[in-house]
Design a protein around this ligand. Structure first.
Ligand code: MG
Length: 278
C-alpha cells in the first residue's frame, strides 16, 4: 500500500474545489470529491464520473456533502446556514446526505464527509441531543453501505469534538482533520487538537492559514501550504506517529493562483513524505 498518496479536493460541474483538469494535469493518486448537486447525480452521471476517474487512474477517497444554501461569507452566516445544525434545513439535508452516501457507494467510495455546523459544546443544550440523533441516522445509513462518516474539523474545539463523538457512539464515525480550520475558526492549536483526536482521523485536508489577518482579508481565506502558521512538517510527523497512512488531500479554494499553489503544495508534501517516511 502506498503511504500518504497525494490528493486534491475537487469538484465536477458544481461545488467547491479544484477542477478535474487541474487534477489531471498535476498528477495525483487520489481526490476528495465535493458531491455534485442532485441534477448531476443521475445513473448516467455516476457512470460518467466513474469512467472519468478510472481513465486518469485517480481514486476518490471521500465524497464531501455540501448544500446550496451553505454560506461561508461570515462566521455568523456559517452558524445560520451550514450543515445539519440549522433546524430550518435539517430534515431536507439529512435526506440529501443519505442520498449522497448512496451516490458515493455507487462510485465504490467508502466514506462521506461534512461540516456538521456549529454543534453546541454544552451537552445539556437541546440542540446537542438533536444533532447527536441526526448524526446517528447518517452513521447507521453509512454502516449499511459499509461506509464511514467523516466530520470536518474546525467549528469546535478538540475536546468538544471528542465529547460529541463519544455521545454519538457509532464505530463508523470518524474525522477529516483540517488544521487550517482550527486557526480560521479560532478553535485551538491545530497540532494540540490533532494529538487529542488523532485516533479518529481517517482523512485530512492539507490546508494552511495565518493567525494575523489583514484588515480587508475575508475570515475564511487560507494560505498557500507552507506559507501560513502551520508547521507542515510537524503536522505530518504527528500524523505519522499517530499511525495515519491515508491520503494527503490538498484543499485550496480561495486563491487567484489555485493551480500554481496546489502544484507547490504537492512538491512540499512529496518532499516531506520522503523525509518522514523514507
Ligand atoms: Mg477543509
Amino acid at each position: 500500500m502506498v503511504i500518504w498518496p497525494t490528493g486534491i479536493f475537487t469538484s465536477i460541474n458544481d461545488g467547491l474545489g479544484a477542477s478535474l483538469d487541474a487534477v489531471h494535469e498535476l498528477g495525483v493518486e487520489t481526490v476528495q470529491l465535493h458531491a455534485p448537486s442532485i441534477a448531476n447525480r443521475s445513473h448516467e452521471d455516476i457512470q460518467k464520473i466513474s469512467r472519468l476517474f478510472s481513465e486518469i487512474n485517480v481514486e476518490i477517497s471521500v465524497v464531501f456533502v455540501g448544500f446550496p444554501e451553505d454560506d461561508y461569507s461570515t462566521i455568523e452566516k456559517v452558524k445560520e446556514t451550514v450543515g445539519i445544525v440549522p433546524p430550518l434545513y435539517r430534515s431536507k439535508r439529512l435526506a440529501e446526505t443519505l442520498e449522497v452516501a448512496n451516490f458515493a457507494k455507487s462510485l465504490s467510495v467508502d466514506a462521506i464527509g461534512m461540516h456538521l455546523g456549529f454543534v453546541p459544546e454544552d451537552q445539556n443544550n437541546r440542540l446537542f441531543a438533536e444533532i447527536v440523533e441526526s448524526t446517528r441516522r447518517v452513521c447507521d445509513h453509512c454502516a449499511l453501505n459499509d461506509q464511514f462518516f467523516h466530520l470536518e474539523t474546525g467549528q469546535e474545539t478538540a475536546d468538544g469534538l471528542l465529547g460529541f463523538i463519544e455521545a454519538v457512539d457509532r464505530g463508523n464515525l470518524a474525522i477529516n482533520f483540517d488544521p487550517a480550520n482550527m486557526i480560521l475558526y479560532g478553535s485551538g492549536d491545530p497540532l494540540d487538537a490533532l494529538e487529542k483526536v488523532g485516533s479518529f482521523v481517517r482523512s485530512v485536508h492539507c490546508k494552511d492559514a495565518t493567525y494575523e489577518r489583514r484588515p480587508d482579508q475575508p475570515w475564511y481565506e487560507d494560505a498557500p501550504l507552507g506559507e501560513g502558521d502551520i508547521d507542515i512538517e510537524a503536522f505530518l510527523s504527528k500524523l505519522y506517529s499517530l499511525g495515519y497512512r491515508g491520503p494527503l488531500t490538498i484543499e485550496r479554494e480561495y486563491s487567484p493562483n489555485q493551480k500554481g499553489d496546489i502544484a507547490k503544495a504537492l512538491n512540499l508534501l512529496r518532499f516531506l513524505r520522503k523525509k518522514i517516511c523514507g
